[in-house]
Ligand binder design. Structure first.
Ligand code: 3HC
Length: 700
């Protein structure tokens, strides 16, 4: 006979003979918020004090065991009992306490299991300590107990990569003691009975010794110094694991706690947690939640890099693709690119090798636009020319079946104008992918004036299916990302004209955390793209605006388009990359022509100017309603433009500077160039009333 009672709203105890099952029921992911901590603490204390209870098993209700501490509590005053204290008390219990895990046992969830006396996984389980991705370290015993079970190399890898370790590997590494099939409650009962009878061996993790491994620690420290010099928590993780190998558990736990609190106080933690919630919040808008149209087959027009990348992304998500090109040569090139992409996905472990052929078989190449008659969604990915796009959409209007969605992958052009080339503008939207489209996670979902709500919802559903971060954007030149890029890209050019070298600009911004500086990015993307764009806009250039394209134009005129031609701002020879010596004289000539006396910039000045330019345009994008919320801008820059994740995005970063200081900076820079440097109204208002972009995110 079982008898169940609630300890509190989220924790219940079920007695089955002389064993007790503690169930954690805190949807959606059983995070260990205050009520869970309190309930667990009480439940375990009560059961441990009851001599009739021979073993206790903890398990989770719903789709997963515990996914960690409640991240929403971070940054707020801590509410007792603290997680490490609860876990220490569980470990100290006289009665055997065991854990049964299903789904994903992460962070504080896995740490709970590590503090119990044995661990059982249910098939499909993944375990991990992903705190590093939030700028933290495992702060409830993970850095101290995991190495005791697995040894130092595995613990270093788990804590520093944050990866979700599959059950079998966790078993082999010693994280779990058994792997079983079944419902969590049933497995929990069996496990508790086995623990009570001694069939399942139980022991305190804290009683185990860590096998020293100085070489692994040294090697990791050295590697981190090279690869992650800017991040705080990875270095602290290694320190904690080192301490685990040198001191008894109690001391190690104290050290870990202090290090955890240090991490908690860093702006990196705030930036990374903003990124975590932002990634999920982008689709948390009513438009994304409406009913989507079913998409069973996708048509793609254009087999160039973009078209092939989009096709690859669809194929990898199991969506059949019909790809149309105008000539056999283009089609062959597209097929070759897609084949290469799919082979690459197999090599990187993104696609099982035995699925390769079936995945490629879902691609149907065609030279006839008429073959798009049965697809549910068409993505046009030809070059950026309004007349060409209008012609294509005019044709699609006649070919596509009723209800089919027609999308343009344009990165700048007016989606309203493209939609007007059809008789069904409600079915048209922009789906702006980023190259390489099967790798980059951003998808701008560009909503035109007449786009139907279910077409927008379909855009979001597609993003989810392709495992991308879909962000809603309004129509303007460049939407969210490229509009902001055009603006801060000019500042990079002004800095060079005024005295910095392209290499100094790049290295200053890499020092800020960008993976690549803007000149390296330009070389990678192809300098000809910006050149074509400047030529397109040449007739409408504002005569009051200082022209930023002079140096880049001269470079392109030499036929140097960056990596693909072997030369741009840098020279590329195999793996060797060095500054292009022929660029400095070009810069010099342009300075002379413009009558500029070059001056010196510190790296900090470069970062301040560049970031202030980015923030200014990002603020205007919010003010104009092109982005609904500041966080949408932040996610665009993080997932599409290499913005350092630990800084959260330009508007999250802007809050760390403050609107008043930003206004002061812009007004200072405006003394030199009042046309480029204008204080956005929104920033001025924020400076006056002391509000932040975070307030706007909360209010939206
Ligand atoms: N705290 C609070 N909320 C959480 C959470 C957590 N730890 N983990 C997930 N959520 C929320 C999400 O924000 C989302 O909320 P929403 O529906 O309102 O948007 C909801 O739970 C579902 O999450 P996902 O959309 O991400 O669902 P998935 O099924 O795609 O993924 C998951 C599930 C793998 C568990 C994923 O959510 C995840 O990776 N979560 C974070 C895990 C993590 O980082 N844990 C460590 C926390 S720090 C810690 O434990 C400190 C300790 O060492 C002291």
């Amino acid at each position: 006979m079982s008898d169940t009672h609630q300890v509190n709203d989220l924790i219940s105890i079920e007695m089955e003979g002389d064993t007790a099952l503690i169930r954690i029921d805190n949807p959606p992911v059983n995070a260990t918020g205050q009520v869970v901590r309190q309930g667990l603490d009480e439940a375990v204390a009560r059961l441990d004090a009851d001599a009739a209870v021979k073993a206790i098993a903890i398990y989770g209700a719903g789709r997963t065991f515990v996914a960690g501490a409640d991240i929403k509590e971070f940054g707020k005053p801590p509410q007792p009992p603290a997680l490490p204290e609860v876990y220490d008390r569980i470990e100290a219990c006289e009665t055997p306490v065991v854990t049964v895990m299903h789904g994903t046992a992460l962070g504080g969830g896995l740490e709970l299991a590590l503090a119990t006396h044995a661990r059982v996984g249910i098939d499909g389980l993944r375990v991990g300590l992903p705190e590093v991705a939030l700028g933290l370290l495992p702060g409830a015993g993970g850095t101290q107990r995991l190495p005791r079970l697995t040894g130092i190399p595995f613990a270093l890898d788990a804590c520093l990569s944050g990866r979700h370790v599959p059950a079998q590997e966790a078993l082999e590494a010693g994280v779990i003691d058994r792997l079983e099939a079944g419902e969590p409650r049933d497995v929990a009962l069996k496990t508790a009975q086995d623990a009570a009878s001694g069939v399942l061996k139980t022991r305190r993790t804290g009683d185990l010794e860590v096998t020293p491994d100085e070489a692994a620690l040294r090697e990791t420290e050295e590697k981190l110094r090279q690869t992650q010099p800017l991040l705080f928590s990875p270095h602290k993780i290694v320190e904690c694991i080192r301490v685990a190998s040198e001191t008894p558990l109690a001391e190690g736990l104290k050290f870990e706690r202090a290090a955890f609190m240090e991490c908690m106080d860093t702006p990196q933690r705030a930036g990374l947690i903003h990124a975590f919630f932002g990634e999920r919040a982008v689709s948390n808008i009513p438009e994304a939640k409406g009913e989507a149209r079913p998409i069973d087959k996708v048509g793609i027009i254009g087999g160039g890099t973009m078209g092939s990348g989009i096709a690859t992304a669809c194929l990898l998500a199991g969506l059949p693709v019909r790809m149309v090109e105008v000539a056999q040569e283009g089609l062959d090139r597209g097929i070759a690119t897609i084949t290469g992409n799919i082979d690459g996905a197999v090599k990187r472990g993104k696609l099982p090798a035995d699925k390769r052929d079936a995945t490629l078989a879902m691609l149907e190449p065609s030279l006839q636009m008429e073959d798009l008659a049965d697809v549910d969604l068409v993505v046009e990915a030809v070059f950026e020319d309004m007349d060409v796009k209008k012609e294509i959409f005019g044709k699609l209007d006649k070919i596509c079946k009723p209800g089919a969605i027609m999308a343009s992958n344009t990165s700048y052009l007016d989606v309203n104008e493209i939609a007007a080339a059809t008789s069904r503008p409600a079915d048209v939207l922009g789906l702006h992918f980023f190259s390489p489209a099967h790798v980059m996670r951003l998808l701008e979902i560009v909503v035109a004036d007449k786009t139907a709500p279910d077409v927008v919802a379909t855009g979001f559903a597609l993003a989810k299916r392709l495992k991308k971060v879909g962000v809603r954007a309004g129509v303007c030149d460049g939407f969210i990302g490229n509009r902001i890029l055009s603006h801060y890209g000019k500042e990079a050019a002004y800095l060079v004209l005024d005295g910095a070298s392209p290499q100094q600009v790049d290295s200053a911004l890499e020092g800020f955390g960008f993976a690549m500086g803007p000149h390296k990015v330009g070389d990678l993307a192809g300098l000809d793209i910006g050149w074509a764009n400047r030529k397109r806009k040449a007739d409408n250039r504002d005569p009051n605006e200082r022209y930023a394209g002079a140096v880049a134009d001269r470079i392109c005129e030499q036929g140097w388009f960056g990596r693909k031609t072997g030369k741009g701002y840098y020279v590329y020879e195999g793996k060797d990359v060095r500054p292009n010596p022929d660029v400095a004289p070009i810069i010099e000539r342009e300075r002379q022509e413009a009558g500029i006396t070059p001056r010196e910039f510190t790296d900090q000045e470069i970062v301040d100017r560049y970031m202030t330019a980015m923030i200014s345009e990002a603020a205007r994008v919010v003010e104009d309603g092109i982005a609904k919320r500041p966080l949408d801008v932040d996610m665009v820059l993080l997932f599409g433009y290499g913005f350092p994740r630990f800084r959260g995005g330009p508007l999250h970063y802007a809050d760390t500077i403050g609107a008043a200081e930003l206004v002061r900076r812009i007004e200072g820079y405006a003394q030199e160039d009042p046309h480029y440097w204008q204080v956005p109204d929104i920033l001025r208002r924020m400076a006056a009333d002391g509000t932040t972009f975070a307030d706007m995110n909360k209010g939206a």
